[in-house]
Unconditional design. Structure first.
Length: 152
């Protein structure tokens, strides 16, 4: 099958398929016209690559592990150094998670401290509430004016 058909059947863009080829993960043959020709097994290989990428593995690691992969899941057959590679990747992820967790906590601390300072400044800057002026009733004066008496 040509690259366009493999792309349609796997949902992976042709540019990524060419990238996988550049990384040594896919090995198409070449037709008489020079076009890439993929066998039916390329569909399974692309599925395996995508799933291993989703697990956070690099294309270099996948290239090392792909010969150990069987099925679409893929299942990994015990190959030399396979567990070491997986454990090293997991350790790297754990370290990144720890770093992100510390960064997240630091951001929370900055937000909390800043919100406290805003609250303190707001209280310091609050004007004292002035006592309301006594309300004079204008209606009694209006009544006196109409009657001709202004109260003097």
């Amino acid at each position: 099958m040509l690259i366009g058909e493999l792309s349609r059947r796997t949902g992976v863009g042709a540019h990524l398929l060419r990238y996988y080829e550049d990384q040594g993960l896919l090995e198409p043959g070449r037709g008489a016209n020079g076009y890439r020709e993929y066998g039916d097994d390329a569909i399974l290989t692309v599925t395996q690559i995508r799933r291993l990428l989703e697990a956070g593995l690099s294309t270099e690691e996948i290239g090392f592990m792909l010969p150990c992969a069987t099925g679409a899941a893929p299942e990994l057959e015990p190959c030399p150094e396979l567990l070491d590679t997986l454990r090293a990747r997991l350790q790297g992820l754990d370290e990144r998670i720890d770093t992100l967790t510390r960064s997240r906590q630091a951001l929370h601390d900055y937000i909390d401290a800043t919100e406290r300072r805003v609250s303190q400044r707001y209280r310091q800057c609050e004007p004292t509430t002035p006592k309301p002026a006594p309300v004079r009733s204008h209606s009694s004066r209006f009544t006196r004016m109409q009657s001709g008496s202004d109260g003097d």
